[in-house]
Write a protein that binds this ligand. Structure first.
Ligand code: NAD
Length: 255
């Protein structure tokens, strides 16, 4: 029963919680009987639409904004779990990549990851316990043309998780990363080139299926719920001896 789970009565933070993997992680934690969810996203109405059963503190804001995290630290009584997941995609060969795209990608994916990680660690250090999962990507493990800014931000996320794990172990906190391959979320719909692929294949589902078929040995993308359950495993006591790892969940893309 949910009330008897290790998550019962605990407090969890999820960033990028209004959509995709973050929303699925919030729903997963809600199903485990989490006591309170602090949800952060630029898309505040999206947070309100989640319809969760537990106590929810929705915060509309930009994870790359240091003042958001100052406020968060001031108002936070305790924090048991953190899913640091907010992120954006970007594309472009290095020769064509403009500095604005590079900086925007780094701001959200890396500054945001650093600021949220620092705040979560500060809260958890005080209480001497906690578990953090940071959403990286297979792009941080495997090089692919046209992904420089995104890939660099995700490789850095993996290394940030490892360094954090070495520092936080001494105060009882575990830090891991997850590196999904293709996941069926709204992130694809925000990319201009994806609209062309949808037109070419006749539907969104067919476009995703074609991308998966080309590059994924298991032949399909993951669902956000599947990735959320894997994040849940890393958060949980079932992963009590796992820290500083990057769980590659990519259907074999990186093999
Ligand atoms: P998504 O677009 O469905 O959700 C991302 C959420 O983050 C959105 O709700 C968005 O509003 C929020 N967000 C974006 N920038 C923000 C900011 N500056 N501050 C606060 N919130 C912000 O995408 P998703 O696929 O669920 O992506 C979640 C994470 O998973 C990202 O870090 C992404 O890089 C990573 N990822 C996704 C895939 C995939 O195929 N979908 C694969 C590997 C890794």
């Amino acid at each position: 029963m949910a009330g008897e789970s290790e998550f019962a009565g605990r407090v969890a933070l999820v960033t990028g919680a209004a959509s995709g993997i973050g929303a699925a992680a919030a729903r997963w934690l809600d199903r485990q009987g989490i006591g309170e969810l602090i949800l952060i996203d630029m898309d505040r109405p999206g947070l309100d639409a989640l319809g969760l059963g537990c106590k929810v503190q929705p915060i509309g804001g930009d994870v790359a904004d240091p003042s958001l995290w100052k406020l968060f630290e001031r108002e936070l009584p305790r924090l048991d779990y953190a899913v640091l997941n907010a992120g954006i995609a970007s594309n472009g060969d290095i020769v064509d990549l403009d500095i604005a795209t590079w900086r925007k990608t780094m701001a959200v994916n890396l500054d945001g990851m650093f600021l949220s990680l620092r705040s979560a660690l500060r809260a958890m250090k005080k209480q001497g316990s906690g578990s953090i999962v940071m959403t990286a990507s297979v792009s941080g493990v495997k090089a692919a043309a046209g992904t420089a800014a995104y890939s660099a931000s995700k490789a850095a996320t993996i290394q940030l998780a490892k360094v954090a794990a070495t520092e936080a172990a001494k105060y009882g906190v575990r830090v891991n990363a997850i590196a999904p391959g293709g996941v069926d979320t709204g992130i694809w719909d925000k990319a201009e080139w994806f609209a062309g692929l949808v037109e070419q294949h006749g539907s969104r589902a067919e476009a995703l299926a074609a991308m998966a078929k080309d590059a994924t040995p298991l032949g399909r993308f993951a669902s956000a719920d599947e990735v959320a359950a894997q994040i849940g495993f890393l958060l949980s006591d079932a992963a009590a001896t796992i820290t500083g790892t990057c769980l590659v969940s990519d259907g074999g893309v990186s093999l």
